[in-house]
Design a protein around this ligand. Sequence first.
Ligand SMILES: CC(C)(COP(=O)(O)OP(=O)(O)OC[C@H]1O[C@@H](n2cnc3c(N)ncnc32)[C@H](O)[C@@H]1OP(=O)(O)O)[C@@H](O)C(=O)NCCC(=O)NCCS
Length: 337
Amino acid sequence: MSLSTRPQIVQAQGSPSSRILATGHVRGSRVVSNEEMCTMIDSTPEWIEQRTGIKERRWATEEETPRSMAVEAGRKALAKLGLSGSDVDAVICATVSHHRPSPSLATYVAHDLGAFTAAAFDTNAACAGFCYSLNLADAMIRNGSAATVLVIGVEKLSEMINIADRGTAFLFSDGAGAAVVGRSESVGVGPAVWGTASDQVETIEIEDWSQVAGHPEQNHPLIAMDGRAVYKWAMTTVTAKAAEAIEKAGITPADLDVFIPHQANDRITDALLRHLKLPESVTVCHDIADMGNTSAASIPIAIDRMLERGQAHSGDLALIIGFGAGLVYAGQVIVLP
Ligand SMILES: CC(C)(COP(=O)(O)OP(=O)(O)OC[C@H]1O[C@@H](n2cnc3c(N)ncnc32)[C@H](O)[C@@H]1OP(=O)(O)O)[C@@H](O)C(=O)NCCC(=O)NCCS
């Protein structure tokens, strides 16, 4: 059969654009202050706050699992639209905290939400996980393979803290942030700028289970990080990529209303702000102060909390950018729900 007589495959027709329609979040219920943290590590509350901007963090209880937190955040986001799980075509969980290799966390979450036939899978792009997944959701909606996608960033990092490492133990926290992404006539998710600096792949790592097996007192793989290297990389690569995301969206920094970088460290946020020369009119997210660093969950949690507190508003143009282990990054300009 010649090529011209072969049956032609039909391409699905998607929506011209997508946007985040609603968000929801949940935070670990145990408040852990810097004072309490300093009963566990050799540090001072002042040192931690001055180096990171963190005053307190949220740790999940034993009952609060990545699955339960993801489901709660997802349910809250769907409820704002009067939707339920059965309205969802795909569930994507961005996480490094799901310790079962298979099936994915997203399949459990889809089950619990009643999204019984939805496509479901996890992404592992560490602290860039939400932005990576939002890029996928946007593409899925535009290529017609889904109309409504639930993207959930969820982490329970308190289980993976190396309490013997006073250089990292105070950073990490637990929670989930969900976004319902759906069809839109106008562009609500700008082009993603994403990639890796894989020459620095060992800068932040979580152990594998074979390493845990050698330490019977340890229940989970632990996080190890060269904090200084992350900081230096963020100052160069992440700042450049953030600027590129603004440019690719076809706007200027003065057009932005809100800047919501991954809540890794307030000093990194401040430096990004200086490098990007964002005008003072841009509201900058400092959710880390009473939340700590929740990796893939930090951006959706921050979006939802800023909207709740009136620090950001529906229709605002926001620059989001995630960065972390890999080293990976992804950022885009979005319209807030
Ligand atoms: C983690 C971070 C706050 C540490 O700050 P830093 O200034 O780089 O700290 P260093 O590890 O270089 O240590 C500096 C000094 O503080 C000390 N120190 C480290 N942790 C400390 C703590 N918890 N309390 C008090 N002193 C501490 C070190 O021993 C060192 O002392 P020395 O100079 O006498 O040797 C910083 O590297 C950082 O913010 N990195 C980015 C990490 C990040 O955001 N990761 C998330 C990415 S997703």
